[in-house]
Design a protein around this ligand. Structure first.
Ligand code: ADP
Ligand code: MG
Length: 391
């Protein structure tokens, strides 16, 4: 789960991490009111969407008067902001953050992220902040400092020193500032079950202070149950509505660009199914894991969600009956076709426990648009052909 910049900065403040003063606004009047309260003389108006690259897309702008704040807030609220992270369809701006303008001397990059290979969090930093860190990593990887922090010992003074020296910070007071900053950030990362905290840019001011000018935070969804104050920050309007709906029924759904809807149990099998469809010359329209408890209700919900996507030309149901029995799934599919208007060919491949019984049930069901796949390859091949209108 991700949160907005303004929410991340609220948490930064709780941890004593320096960040400019700012206030969130849902309307133009509120934006101007906030700017008045902050006092100026320079403000930054920042569109709040769950995506970076806002600066380049016109979602971060400087204002030198209250009139300018009004004008910018008016332009941004309601606009569809397109950045390299939103995809071409962009994201609707529903709130703007009004922030004090900061005197920037240098822009750094600082993040804490889980390194799955090292199996521990790493603090990543660079003097090349403000810009696209991915291209820094690609072209000048030596400019990225990586400090792994073993959670069994936690953040120690030597971690801080590696970071400060790695960034070439030689002034004693600045060293102290950056070390304190990183220490608090690491604590926050651990306390809140974050997966990523990214500050780009982290700025050094003329006074040698370090301030978080941007803030991105992502959290481990599995830990949200013990992070109620983080969960309360969830903004469902930033998430894909079909994915949100699917999650209510315990389904993991991710929409893709292709033509073949997939309904599979288990994430690994779902990935394998998508690969097989590609291999047979087709394109998957989604990832959908119905989980271990596939039944008539989840199957019919699955059909409903898959069919919301107008690009879907065929549905491939690929279920392996381990704990769940294939005959139950077959009955579930038949029932689901009665409650949901499934107007595309459905290719079903069931294997595992009670597969022969399931095949019998499907054969006798007499559903015209239902095609049985004998194995994964056969099912995928038939799904691709059906999507092309060949069968
Ligand atoms: P994004 O990463 O989505 O483009 P940022 O918050 O990083 O958005 O803002 C983009 C740029 O705007 C920053 O790199 C910085 O140069 C400038 N900026 C952002 N906030 C402020 C601020 N409060 N004062 C001065 N400049 C700012
Ligand atoms: Mg940024």
């Amino acid at each position: 789960m991700n949160i907005h910049e303004y929410q991340a900065k609220q948490i930064f403040r709780e941890y004593g991490i320096p960040t400019p003063k700012g206030k969130i606004a849902f309307s133009v009047d509120e934006a101007v009111e906030n700017a008045k309260e902050l006092g100026g003389p320079i403000w930054v108006v920042k569109a709040q969407i769950h995506a970076g690259g806002r600066g380049l897309g016109g979602g971060v702008k400087l204002a030198k008067s209250l009139d300018e704040v009004r004008k910018l807030a008016d332009e941004m609220l309601g606009m569809t902001l397109v950045t390299h992270q939103t995809g071409p369809e962009g994201k609707l701006v529903q709130k703007v953050y009004i922030e004090d303008g900061v005197d920037i001397k240098d822009e750094f990059y600082l993040s804490v992220v889980l390194d799955r290979k090292l199996e521990m969090p790493i603090i990543m930093a660079s003097t090349e902040g403000g810009m696209d860190i991915e291209s820094v990593a690609e072209k000048t990887p030596e400019k990225i400092v990586v400090v792994p922090v073993d959670p069994t010992i936690g953040f120690q003074a030597f971690h801080g020193r590696s970071l400060a020296f790695g960034l070439g910070i030689s002034d004693k007071m600045e060293q102290k500032n950056i070390i304190g900053f990183a220490q608090k950030l690491y604590k926050l990362y651990m306390d809140k079950d974050a997966e990523l905290i990214e500050i780009n840019p982290l700025v050094r001011t003329g006074d040698g202070e370090f301030i978080a000018l941007d803030g991105k935070m992502g959290f481990d969804n599995s830990a949200l149950g013990r992070q109620p104050e983080i969960l309360a920050m969830r903004d469902l309007s930033e998430e894909d509505p079909d994915e949100v709906e699917a999650a209510k029924y315990g389904l993991s759904y991710v929409a893709l660009d292709g033509e073949i809807g997939c309904m599979v149990n288990g994430a690994g099998l779902a990935m394998g199914t998508m690969d097989t469809i590609n291999h047979m010359g087709g394109t998957p329209a989604n990832f959908l894991d119905v989980g271990g408890s596939a039944n008539a209700q989840t199957v019919s919900k699955g059909f409903e969600i898959i069919l919301k996507n107008p690009k879907v030309k065929a549905i491939f149901v690929n279920i392996f009956g381990g704990i769940v029995r294939c005959d139950r799934i077959a009955n579930g599919i038949i029932e689901a076709t009665k409650t949901t208007d499934v107007n595309v060919p459905v290719i079903v491949r069931l294997d595992g426990t009670n597969a022969p019984e399931a095949a019998e049930i499907l054969k006798n069901a007499n559903i015209p648009n239902l095609i049985v796949g004998n194995d994964l390859g056969d099912g995928a091949k038939k799904a691709v052909a059906a999507a092309k209108g060949e069968i």
